[in-house]
Design a protein. Structure first.
Length: 134
């Protein structure tokens, strides 16, 4: 991790079926870490049971997609789920996330003078929601 300059990251070896630290994470990524389907389901149950409500789970494999609803995990997009969330709540989270982007600017910092008052207000609203305004 030090060589990669990932100073805020840690790697450790533990048994995922008995690991008690799931509640301390906001995002948990797991990619079908075991071949045995019964053990895999136990692991998924362990993660969902101990993860805090609202934890983002990234599980890019079909078996979790099939079981997520039974685990009360709403699917946000593709392999992204949220614990203790209905599908309706997950859909709302996805719509809200789609309105956020890396181009979010403070409303006082306009990119250019658009010349028409209503366009300035529209551009400011779009920019503050993450849409690129040029």
């Amino acid at each position: 991790m030090a060589q990669m300059r990932a100073v805020r990251c840690n790697i450790y070896h533990d048994n995922a079926l008995t690991f008690e630290g799931y509640p301390q994470y906001e995002i948990i990524y797991f990619y079908q870490p075991m071949a045995d389907n019964d053990e895999l389901e136990k692991l998924e149950e362990q993660i969902v049971k101990f993860a805090r409500p609202g934890t983002i789970l990234i599980a890019p494999y079909a078996k979790f997609l099939q079981r997520a609803k039974g685990f009360n995990c709403g699917r946000v997009e593709e392999a992204v789920f949220v614990t203790s969330t209905t599908q309706s709540e997950a859909d709302t989270l996805r719509r809200e996330a789609e309105r956020i982007g890396p181009q979010v600017m403070h409303p006082d910092k306009s990119r250019r003078n658009l010349g028409v008052d209503w366009l300035v207000n529209l551009a400011a609203a779009c920019s503050s929601n993450g849409y690129l305004v040029q």
